[in-house]
Design a protein around this ligand. Structure first.
Ligand SMILES: [Zn+2]
Length: 147
């Protein structure tokens, strides 16, 4: 399962942390590496998946998601459109299961608090692909679409 990215040896040991992630060192060749490279990309992938999920459930407009994730609404639109164009692909890359949701989860949680608790919350659960489940709790906002 866990193998050196350089020489594919399985003789790897934990070697401290790098940018908050577990770092590993290969005992065979001495190569240091972190599981799940391209972390920015992973985060964007997760964000995209969330947007697509919210949108497909009719719980999020481009505006609302743009505000929620602090992204431009045109970018959200682009992601949704992209997802539509790529919809023919039956599966998501296996690496996506390694995404760390902690950060995003806390972010949404804190958002929720900012808005206060007088408005109803929407909880949406979905499975985007086998092994990749998502639970979303979102505040209804004035410009969210309802279907
Ligand atoms: Zn190695």
């Amino acid at each position: 399962m866990l193998e050196c990215k350089n020489c594919k040896s399985v003789k790897v040991v934990k070697s401290g942390k790098a940018r908050g992630k577990q770092r590993y060192k290969c005992k065979e060749c001495g190569y240091n590496f972190v599981i799940g490279d391209g972390r920015t990309n992973e985060k964007i992938q997760a964000l995209k998946a969330l947007c697509v999920l919210l949108y497909s459930l009719g719980k999020g407009s481009y505006n609302m998601m743009g505000k929620l994730f602090r992204r431009d609404r045109s970018l959200i639109y682009k992601w949704i459109r992209e997802a539509g164009l790529n919809a023919a692909e039956p599966s998501i890359d296996g690496e996506i299961t390694q995404i760390e949701f902690d950060e995003m989860w806390h972010y949404i949680q804190s958002k929720k608090r900012n808005f206060g608790s007088s408005k109803p919350l929407t909880a949406a659960a979905g499975e985007l692909s086998p092994g990749f489940s998502v639970v979303v709790i979102a505040q209804h906002s004035d410009d969210s679409t309802t279907r």
